[in-house]
Design a protein around this ligand. Sequence first.
Ligand SMILES: Nc1nc2c(ncn2[C@@H]2O[C@H](COP(=O)(O)O[C@H]3[C@@H](O)[C@H](n4cnc5c(=O)[nH]c(N)nc54)O[C@@H]3COP(=O)(O)O)[C@@H](O)[C@H]2O)c(=O)[nH]1
Length: 535
Amino acid sequence: MIKVLKKSVSIYIAALFLSFAFFYIVAQVAYYAFIQEKVEDYAESILARSDNIILQVREINALREEFSVYTPCSDPYLHALRKRLWPYPLIKDIGYVEDGRIICSALWGKYPAPLSLNVFKNKVSRGSYTWVFDAMIESNITADVVYNNNFSVTVSPFAFTRFREESTRWGLNAVVGDFNHKQHFFRVGNNTSLLENIEHGKVHDLFFIAEKSCDARHDICVVAGVRHSFVFNDNGYILVFLFCVASLVGLIIGALISKNQHENQSLLTRLENAIINKELHFVYQPLYRVKDKSIIGVEVLLRWNDKQMGNIGPDIFIPLAEENGLINKISLYVVEHAIKECGAALREKDITLSINVSCSDICSKTFYQRLVDTLQHEGVAGKHIMLEITERQSGRIEDIMQSIQLYKEHGVLFALDDFGTGYSNLKWLSMLDVDEIKIDKSITDSIGTQSINRHILPGLIAMFKDMPRIIVFEGVENEAQHLFLQGNLPESCAQGWYFSKALAFSEIENLLAQVKQTGECAVQGADNDAAVMTS
Ligand SMILES: Nc1nc2c(ncn2[C@@H]2O[C@H](COP(=O)(O)O[C@H]3[C@@H](O)[C@H](n4cnc5c(=O)[nH]c(N)nc54)O[C@@H]3COP(=O)(O)O)[C@@H](O)[C@H]2O)c(=O)[nH]1
């Protein structure tokens, strides 16, 4: 009980941990993508704004001729400047420049003392324009001014306010420069020196997201960047939300796994008890020779009828037994009880009993000894037993090859099951000394259909025609399949619902008796079959 409880707790802890890890990673990746997009938008918006300013400056500059009719700095001149300035939201002022000094402007009128633009150091010359960044126009008033000849345009200090606000809010940085980033015009943010270093490849920082947006027309580039913070540093609500979702998902997954484990565990315990209490029983499916429908043997198939859970198919409990180390116990049980049940019929009718075994059974000394002892005890010759193996329960093929020889000393036969599937293939066929090859139902199903497997059939038939092995087609369900086999491989054998479903032992006894009484089909032994196939 404590063990089960401990296991359940571990499952819940693991599920919660994985769920937290999953949501944490997803949140981080999503947040990274979000921030990257934001930085991209930021760079593009600054570039668009810069482009816009340049266009407005050029536009105003192109109209300068209309002021030339007035005396510079006269009232009509200033009035014309103000009128021209009005429709440009990103331009704050237009001024008249003489010898690198602004004499008057639309906003300030005539300057009491001309404003010398030559004293400012933060200057960039671009063609006929000179940009002066952070020019101090009045005490505490700075702005970017661009001028050429007698004309200056002052960019609104609020043109980039939005970007400064965004910078404060998200920690964004931007550097605006020329296309090759040799000249930097202006910067936004507190971490622009790191951004510049990253941009110039001097520093590599995985956690700094940088994006570039350029416009070749205006020879301008904006590099924007931000240090990637963890999603939870920025928003506690997201942390709480993620914690709740991850806990819920973790608990649901934990409960599902626990339930599944519990069910499997109880099924396993039930199976263990069923073996101990001999509650498993057998049905037998006959194998027929195709050409005359005579019975050459029977395959024993295990059935389990649990008192509480009802019928549980071998496709469920055999894999469960394989996964949990119970398959050997099951095989021992089958060998002992099925040979005992069928012993007389095998001897009298000279047929084979096919038994599904796992590769680990064949290599097990206990299994070998139990089979030999049972054969001796029941007085059944080894040639009446056909052990069916498949690569599904794989083992070392060299060990299996060796073990097969031991059984062969007692005349026991071997069949390679499920041939044509991934579990049984030519490599195994070439390496193992088997007496019978059972062609998987998926190949039989393709007879007379458009299935892709039908392309395999002609090759298989050609290959098996000359092969000294008993060939059994599994899962024959209709007459068309039977007729096809009769026409193409009459010496082969078949098993399937077309002939008979798996029957209780008493029914098999009746069937064998009828066959003998009516004399329709001669019952032949495996030895005869082998002889027929080789001839
Ligand atoms: N190791 C052991 N494996 C065993 C044992 N008993 C059964 N099994 C394996 O379980 C798988 C499912 O078996 P089962 O449900 O019994 O199905 C068998 C036949 O009923 C089915 N079959 C036969 N003819 C037809 C048909 O015409 N149509 C159709 N849809 N199904 C058909 O095929 C199964 C037999 O397959 P095979 O063993 O490959 O010959 C199955 O893998 C069994 O091997 C056991 O005691 N030990």
